[in-house]
Design a protein around this ligand. Structure first.
Ligand SMILES: [Zn+2]
Length: 155
């Protein structure tokens, strides 16, 4: 894998991808943009600020080129970030809390068959909703391990 020796971000060099950390960012002809050879994300470049922005997703994620590596910058849309976190945490907490409350209000009879099923169901609901939450956050932040796994599983 060719590693860039350049200390500045320019359109003559290729750089390792800040998203998947596996592919190479190569300049796109006649555009102020780069594309990754592995995860196929497209990045718009701002050479004066030495930064790139993920262009093909709904959220704007920025990285600054330090000369050696990419440094993540804050999300441009902080309202979307807050909304995603509220949605994600609520998606896990609300269903689990509702089922936990129902279990407390209407506990099963101790000698009845399947009396332990509500607790098992509570754990399953928590784990299922937690996995959805983790998936949403991995998609939102484009976590490198997750992106690489997604690209490899599509091949
Ligand atoms: Zn990539």
């Amino acid at each position: 894998m060719a590693q860039s020796l350049s200390t500045t971000l320019n359109y003559e060099q290729s750089y390792h991808c800040p998203v998947c950390r596996y592919g190479q960012l190569n300049p796109l002809m006649l555009m102020d943009a780069f594309a990754c050879s592995f995860c196929r994300h497209i990045f718009t470049a701002n050479l004066s600020q030495q930064s790139v922005c993920l262009a093909d997703t709904t959220q704007s994620i920025y990285w600054r080129w330090t000369g050696q590596r990419w440094q993540p910058l804050h999300h441009a849309n902080s309202e979307l970030t807050v909304a995603i976190w509220i949605l994600s945490v609520g998606l896990t907490v609300i269903p689990t809390t509702l089922i936990g409350l129902i279990y407390q209000i209407f506990p099963p009879l101790e000698d009845s068959a399947g009396a332990e099923f509500p607790l098992l169901w509570l754990v399953l609901v928590f784990l299922a909703h937690l996995s959805i939450t983790v998936w949403i956050l991995a998609e939102f932040y484009q976590i490198p391990f997750y992106v690489a796994w997604k690209v490899r599983s599509q091949a």
